[in-house]
Design a protein around this ligand. Structure first.
Ligand SMILES: [Zn+2]
Length: 391
């Protein structure tokens, strides 16, 4: 007998019918509020050596919440497939097809247990191990800046020591819980910065302090949600007026930013339609100053030099909205702190077009190494920011 369970880290799926391995029918579970869906992670057991065929029967529902002007882009179910893992650590890619309503994939598990997911999950246990390990560095202090709606801690790592003239550089991740790429990316960033023998890390911490919030939406992660918190709120539309009842997570991060200040911020996301890494400055906010462009370009040149996985020149997907939505973190931060460079990062779910790896697609290992390259780019940006209080 085969069995399917979503009671795994960040698990999510509804089982409609799993009685026949050749026709396993599943449904994506919408976030609270019913607007967003797309994330899934489940465990199959008892099917070793048996050809299984899975249908996510309501996959087309995920297309109703596409971002504006994306009609010319391939959507999230095209030219990709789920990731699978027998050990929960190493994830490989299997092909999938979209038939207009369902997303279908076939796989014959080599072992008794096999996991399937939209992208490699990044569970709470891994996150807690990472934070606990980081806090033991003499360079790090940890502060729980508040609790989520369900009472989970929102942690902030401070790396380095504040001093006059040192830039305050923020890295925040995982407002959207299905975008687990941010978790692996952050591990790469932090591991590199905490390497006492790494000259880039030492030089960076001479001129900057890092404030790292690894998970802005821990309830969403724990509950296997796609885009919202447990109240059904898309946190990345709440920055202009977070409410303690519906979006305390954003309120806590914003409050610390106001108290500490911001010279640089990168908000880590992932986009399931892209085939590349993408960054963009918050250049449409009312307080944007053209001098920021040169800082951004130095940042992007340095990142491209540090990692072939950042390829400059990709346009904003669907065109940059002419009016900035100040409910989005990168825009709100860029507007509130006009001397700061505030950047949006989108990693892919699919395989990348440059240096593709069909066996895995864009993977946790690539995201981690991309994170390790980030301090070189940040150092270039920090060196070009204006002194405080000028301009
Ligand atoms: Zn996102």
């Amino acid at each position: 007998m085969i069995s399917i369970s979503s009671r795994v880290a960040s698990g999510s799926i509804e089982v409609l019918d799993a009685s026949d391995p050749s026709d396993i029918r599943l449904a994506l579970r919408p976030d609270p509020g019913g607007v967003f869906l797309g994330w899934y992670h489940f465990r199959l057991s008892g099917a070793r050596g048996r050809a299984c065929r899975f249908s996510l029967v309501n996959a087309s529902d995920a297309l109703t919440a596409r971002l504006a002007n994306r009609e010319d882009y391939e959507h999230c179910w095209q030219n990709t497939g789920p990731v699978a893992s027998h050990d929960g650590e190493t994830w490989f890619r299997i092909p999938g097809t979209f038939d207009g309503s369902a997303f279908v994939f076939e796989h014959t598990p080599a072992h008794d247990i096999c996991h399937y997911a939209a992208w490699a999950p990044y569970g709470a246990e891994r996150e807690q191990r990472f934070v606990a390990r980081a806090q033991t560095s003499p360079l790090v202090s940890l502060e729980t800046i508040g609790l989520s709606l369900e009472g989970r801690p929102i942690d902030m790592l401070t790396i380095g020591t504040a001093a006059p003239g040192r830039r305050k550089c923020w890295i925040i991740a995982r407002q959207h819980p299905s975008e687990t790429q941010g978790g692996y990316f952050l591990e790469g960033v932090v591991d590199r910065v905490l390497d006492a023998a790494d000259p880039t890390a030492r030089a960076l911490l001479d001129v900057a302090v890092l404030y790292v919030v690894p998970n802005v939406n821990p309830d969403g992660s724990a509950n296997g949600l796609t885009r919202t918190n447990i109240a059904g709120v898309n946190l990345n539309r709440e920055w202009n007026g977070p409410s303690p009842e519906h979006s305390p997570e954003v309120h806590h991060v914003r409050t610390r930013m106001e108290a500490i200040g911001v010279d640089f911020c990168i908000d880590c996301h992932a986009d399931n339609e892209l085939r590349c890494n993408f960054i963009w400055p918050s250049e449409n906010v009312p307080s944007w100053r053209p001098q920021r462009r040169a800082v951004f370009e130095a940042f992007e040149r340095a990142w491209a030099a540090a990692s072939p996985d950042y390829e400059p020149g990709h346009p904003y997907p669907g065109g940059c909205p002419p009016e900035a939505d100040l409910g989005m973190a990168w825009n709100w931060i860029g507007n509130r702190f006009p001397q700061a460079l505030s950047v949006l990062l989108e990693q892919p779910f699919k395989d990348v077009t440059r240096l593709p790896m069909p066996e895995t697609g864009w993977s946790p290992e690539r995201a981690y190494r991309f994170g390790r390259s980030f301090p070189e780019a940040l150092r270039a940006a920090v060196g070009r920011l204006e002194p405080h209080g000028r301009g």
